[in-house]
Design a protein around this ligand. Structure first.
Ligand code: GCU
Length: 409
């Protein structure tokens, strides 16, 4: 019976998907080498000092035209409680606790699951990967004692068809990263489900987005989720238990991981996997998902002004290479897949090329790959493109960890 329903859902899903532009994009492949080089406006600063002076203006432009207000900060977020959850879980590799964090006095607390490598020695402070996830925390880390989300949102419950279909289409690690592999390589993990803070739905998100906005330039959910990552950063910093902090996210959370690092200099590196439009891919003159499609499909992700560029993307005064450049010289890994033209790997590669002059100002080369298929984990902008489609598959995490080892070990 279960097979019948699974088959039925897959047939309906394929039927629906074939009507949409995203599926048509799967039929195409990204080129192996960039077709155009120019990412405009070019980064023209001549010294790191000049660039540091220009950064606030670029950060403000990205807020005005794309992401909306960065919410106000009232001191560091408060850690209300730390609950031990499990010792030596995931085959003896991880000690798990749950932190309850209040991000600001007028906003509800949220929970973050923290996983520490079980073999850590006293006084050791491992690097930590701060992950924003598609599924609620108790699904991502299926261990007894982890709180369920307050809001009934997207569910990846148990062995239900939704989680089977989800895994089938979006890869083995779409829900749970390979925890044991990550622990054994010496990295801690923070796990959070952003829709429990700002729902991933235009109507449901509206009240909290207006609370977070500082002006008419309404905060978009991507900016809000980035701000949430910064509040988790407050807690990580206060604990003194961890070393470097790397923001990780896939797709919409790849967008928020980049924004988090761009606006929070305490974040030491980023892995943005298939972050696409509004993430690492250039908004101007792009294949795959256009500004029109992303703002129609997900109006709550951005400030409303971004939609003004739906019919003329080239009129945008800022572009995504400038977002990457705000992160310079901290290491960035951009994950991609050859058949994920919807996320526009070529646009991400050209953004990496366009950001590299900012890296050069700090004595880093940024991206040195010439082809999209050349993975150089030690580069400060490392570009990864594997075969296949959108999702987090078996070969992705080993590549992410190679990048992390090259920069944070
Ligand atoms: C949609 C959306 C993308 C986004 C993706 C995801 O495909 O169009 O912009 O990156 O969802 O988050 O999975």
């Amino acid at each position: 019976m279960k097979r019948f329903w699974l088959g039925f859902i897959i047939v309906i899903f394929i039927g629906l998907m074939s009507a949409c532009a995203g599926t048509r994009a799967i039929m195409q492949t990204a080129p192996s080498a960039p077709k155009k080089a120019t990412a405009l406006p070019a980064i023209t600063a001549q010294t790191a000092g000049q660039w540091e002076n220009q950064k606030p203006d670029i950060a403000a432009q990205l807020q005005t035209h794309i992401y909306g207000d960065m919410p106000a900060v009232e001191g560091a977020a408060r850690v209300e409680a730390i609950h031990p959850v499990a010792q030596a879980a995931f085959n003896n590799s991880a000690n798990i606790s749950e932190w309850t964090i209040t991000p600001r006095g007028d906003i509800d607390p949220f929970t973050v699951v923290m996983l520490m490598p079980a073999d850590i020695l006293p006084g050791e402070t491992p690097p930590i990967i701060l992950t924003q996830n598609f599924c609620p925390n108790h699904n991502v880390i299926p261990v007894d004692g982890i709180s369920k989300p307050k809001r009934a949102g997207f569910s990846c419950e148990g062995n239900g068809p939704m989680s089977d279909v989800f895994g089938y289409f979006f890869g083995r690690y779409i829900m749970t990263p390979p925890v044991e592999m990550i622990m054994n390589r010496g990295y801690a993990l923070a796990v959070v489900y952003p829709p429990d803070f700002v729902p991933d739905d235009a109507v449901a998100a509206a009240p909290i987005l207006s609370t977070l906005s500082q002006s008419d330039n309404r905060t978009g959910a991507i900016m809000a989720w980035a701000w949430q990552a910064s509040r988790i950063m407050d807690a990580i910093e206060e604990s003194g238990e961890f070393g470097d902090v790397i923001a990780y996210g896939h797709s919409r959370y790849g967008k928020s991981a980049l924004v988090a690092a761009a606006y929070d200099p305490r974040i030491d590196g980023v892995i943005a996997h298939q972050s696409g439009t509004g993430g690492a891919s250039l908004s101007r003159s792009k294949p795959g998902e256009t500004v029109k499609l992303v703002t129609e499909g997900y109006p709550h992700w951005f400030t409303p002004k971004y939609a003004d560029y739906a019919d003329d993307q080239s009129a945008l005064p800022v572009d995504q290479h400038q977002l990457l450049a705000l992160i310079a010289p901290r290491p960035i890994m951009l994950g991609n897949a050859k058949r994920d033209v919807w996320s526009d790997p070529e646009g991400a590669f050209r953004a990496a090329m366009g950001a590299s002059p900012a890296y050069a100002l700090y004595g880093s080369e940024g991206l040195t790959a010439i082809k999209l298929t050349e993975f150089k984990p030690e580069d400060d902008i490392a570009f990864w493109m594997r075969p296949g489609t959108h999702g987090v598959v078996e070969e992705d995490w080993p590549a992410f960890l190679d990048f992390l080892d090259a920069h944070f070990k």
